[in-house]
Design a protein. Sequence first.
Length: 90
Amino acid sequence: YEAVRSDRNLYSKNLIESQEEIAEMRRQFKIKNHQIEQLKEEIQTKDHSLVKEHFNHHKVEKEKEQLKNELTKIKKQIVSSEQIIANQRA
């Protein structure tokens, strides 16, 4: 009888330890799961921001190209006007 009681106490102790370990693992799992969700949200936010910046960059590059073209056109007009003025003086 003493051996059975000793075994029962041992198994009961092991069961309680295992249950506590399982509870701790579940708690850790919930924490990790929450961290994963936060990181997913952060990635999504940064991804949206990156896409937005990419389009803004593309827009600025187009504007820059248009301004370069406009500047070139104006420079040609200036040269042309200067030639006309020079021809009229001559």
